[in-house]
Design a binder for this molecule. Structure first.
Ligand SMILES: [Zn+2]
Length: 288
């Protein structure tokens, strides 16, 4: 497949040197996923930034899951669920009011996830983890596809579809060991709730603290498939920037301000290409 790529944004760096410090290097692609690693031109400085990074942190969002045909949160309210508003399905009040309905919605989402497979973007991140000394993957996704792809050090900011807990005694049940029933009941008689963050709920404190600690410590951060618009996850790339990390955005549409590099691509295509380039200038001692 011939793909027409254009490098844009370079005019900035030649015309006004004072702006280059904040102007992202931008790669602009119009290609789609292909079976072979595409010959996307990647700035050597980007690859060098990754190669020399002691600690790489990745932040992923719905975009990477969408490439495995997992509907985004908004899209998850299509079909059977189109008649319900988020307030009827995805808030604590909705769960208290009608836990059976919310559980049915989760069961449907679980089924979609069970049928989905990790895509080249997930697989590339799992491989990258093996190539850099320190690596943390922070995800806003609840589908577990990063772990299924082989990623090990994963922080799930919005919880997980696999996990449930009892609203009465806090006992955890992990799929597939979740009791039957809609809603399922704990051994103590309490109602089980999926362990995903609903609108209006706080993010799990431990996960958020780990994500913030990783963001201030990393030397490079990749931001992939997320508009980085929802706080507090949206602040993590800026936290990394403030602490000296190089930031790389891979997205169809630019959303991150002040990123050092912007790759206008889908996650799968962008990550496969970056991984291939990084591997050319490694091997490096695998992470312990
Ligand atoms: Zn219980």
């Amino acid at each position: 497949m011939v793909v027409d790529y254009a490098i844009v944004g370079l005019k900035f760096s030649t015309q006004d040197a004072t702006k280059t410090a904040k102007a992202a290097e931008v790669l602009h692609g119009t290609g789609s996923m292909s079976q072979q690693v595409p010959s996307l031109p990647i700035f050597p400085t980007l690859i060098e930034a990754l190669r020399s990074a002691r600690y790489v942190v990745v932040l992923t969002g719905a975009g990477i899951s969408a490439e495995s045909s997992i509907p985004t949160f908004r899209d998850a309210q299509t079909g059977l669920w189109a008649k319900y508003s988020p307030q009827e399905l995805a808030t604590p009040q909705a769960f208290r009011r009608n836990p059976k309905l919310v559980w049915e919605w989760y069961a449907w989402r679980r089924e979609l996830v069970a049928q989905a497979k990790p895509n080249p973007g997930h697989l590339a991140l799992a491989e990258l983890e093996q190539l850099v000394p320190l690596f943390t993957l922070i995800t806003q996704n609840v589908d577990g596809l990063h772990q299924r792809a082989g990623s090990r050090n994963v922080i799930e900011l919005h919880g997980s579809l696999r996990e449930t807990y009892c609203l009465s005694c806090a006992r955890e049940y992990i799929a597939p060991d979740v009791p039957e029933g809609l809603p399922p009941a704990c051994g103590c008689g309490g109602v089980l709730k999926p362990n995903t963050v609903l609108f209006g709920e706080q993010l799990p404190a431990a996960a958020l603290n780990q994500a913030m600690a990783a963001s201030v410590s990393c030397s490079a951060m990749l931001v992939i498939g997320t508009s980085a618009a929802v706080q507090p996850a949206a602040s993590l790339p800026y936290l990394a920037q403030q602490h000296g990390a190089r930031t790389v955005e891979i997205n169809p549409e630019k959303s991150l301000q002040g990123a050092d590099f912007f790759l206008q691509e889908k996650a799968g295509t962008g990550l496969e290409t970056i991984l291939a380039e990084v591997k050319k200038i490694l091997p490096r001692t695998p992470a312990i």
